[in-house]
Design a protein around this ligand. Structure first.
Ligand SMILES: Cc1ncc(COP(=O)(O)O)c(C=O)c1O
Length: 396
């Protein structure tokens, strides 16, 4: 019997797993009692109606397993939202699976579609969980560069990475970390490539309500001819400040979603039951005003964050969506402590008490992120203001 961790033989899929740099940063920030703009968690309060409905569900002992794809009322409500807000041509709740966060939904999509020998296209900078979950399936990830908000999708760059083994493409709009919001014409061009090579898309739209400067959120699955080859993912974490509740969902063609539902059953049995009931408040108790004010609050936070980073010398492509500034410190790289992203992140913690994420975390070739840092502005305003003041004081 193995007695020390070194003696335990691990599965190949577990061996490369490492503590993410985000967690290392969080520890370093805590050590100086600083402010963490690293992790993509919003510490804003959960809307009261959601909490009240959840308390009711717990008090009413709605505690047993639900249907593996989620309670019917929530799937009905998600279906309605998917057909109106996202304009997806979905028509029955068989096209909806509620899972353990949008991450759970991504896992079941990837596990249902991909296996060793398959290839999958991922745009970079990417969200690390996408890459690492794709790798768990045994599929090979092919990277296609797609920069920030000002960079347009280049079908030729994607075609260059497609082989006869390519099965799927991952889309993230609005994107983490770049803040890019895919335009309709870009999605149309993507669909043309997908149709030509018979690809399926998994599209992560978790930041769909956080768009700025009138950048409209467009769902790939809404384009004519796209729905039958698109799995649309979203969730409640970001829009309703419930990242720890683990509730998200997938919408897509019924035959595919049926298998994904069974995969969901196998991996999670169901999403947390009382929280599913509580989340009905989103559809029944929150009105349009909630989203309008969410957008304008984040709009202000974006200005505060981006203006601060510009003031201290960073080059900042302002995000069109999501709640991250993915900024480049090349203009101040000759200052001591800014020779690499790792050193710069450390300098920021030591000198201003502000934590962020290193650029290398978002690229397959870490050198591409070596002058970049990601800052999350999904914070209570006084906390964000304090962080910005500290940055200006230390580096302004
Ligand atoms: C692009 C993206 N997708 C998904 C998630 C996680 O979403 P969930 O909490 O629904 O699993 C995050 C969180 O940072 C994210 O940035």
């Amino acid at each position: 019997m193995a007695s020390s961790p070194d003696m335990i033989s691990l599965a190949d899929r577990a061996r490369p797993l490492k503590k993410s740099h985000i967690r290392t940063i969080s520890k370093a920030v805590k050590a100086v009692d600083g402010i963490n703009l690293g992790q993509g968690i919003c510490d804003l309060p959960t809307p009261a109606p959601i909490k009240a409905r959840t308390h009711e569900a717990i008090d009413a002992n709605r505690s047993i397993y639900s249907h593996h794809a989620g309670i019917e009322a929530l799937r009905e409500a998600i279906l309605e939202k998917a057909t109106t807000f996202n304009e997806l041509p979905a028509s029955t709740i068989d096209e909806v699976v509620v899972s353990a966060g949008s991450t759970g939904a991504f896992v079941i999509a990837a596990m249902t579609l991909l296996q060793e020998g398959d290839e999958v296209i991922l745009f970079e900078p990417y969200y690390g969980y996408h890459r690492n979950i794709l790798k768990l399936t045994g599929a090979t990830v092919r990277y296609v560069p797609l920069g920030g908000p000002d960079d347009a999708f280049d079908p030729e760059a994607m075609e260059a990475e497609i082989t006869d083994r390519t099965r799927a493409v991952i889309v993230n709009t609005p994107a983490n970390p770049s803040g890019k919001v895919w335009r309709r014409d870009e999605l149309e061009a993507l669909l043309t490539v997908m149709q030509k090579h018979d690809l399926i898309a998994i599209t992560d739209e978790i930041y769909e309500y956080m768009t700025y400067d009138d950048a409209p959120h467009v769902s790939l699955g809404a384009l004519p001819g796209a729905y039958e080859r698109t799995i649309t993912l979203s969730g409640f974490s970001k829009t309703y400040n419930v990242t720890g509740w683990r509730l998200g969902y997938a919408v897509g063609p019924a035959p595919l979603l049926e298998k994904m539902g069974l995969m969901n059953d196998l991996l999670y049995i169901c999403a947390p039951r009382p929280l599913q009931h509580g989340m009905l408040a989103v559809f029944e108790d929150l009105d349009e005003e909630y989203y309008t004010s969410l957008r304008s609050d984040y709009h202000e936070r974006r200005s505060l964050m981006c203006e601060t980073l510009e003031a201290i010398g960073f080059d900042v492509p302002w995000p069109e969506g999501a709640y991250y500034a993915f900024a480049d410190f090349s203009p101040i790289q000759d200052r001591p402590g800014f020779s690499s992203d790792e050193e710069a992140a450390d300098t920021l913690i030591q000198e201003s008490g502000v934590g962020c994420v290193t650029g290398r975390s978002f690229y397959s070739d870490r050198d591409r992120g070596s002058t970049k840092l990601r800052f999350c502005f999904g914070k209570e305003r006084p906390v964000l203001k304090q962080a910005c003041d500290q940055l200006r004081e230390a580096f302004g």
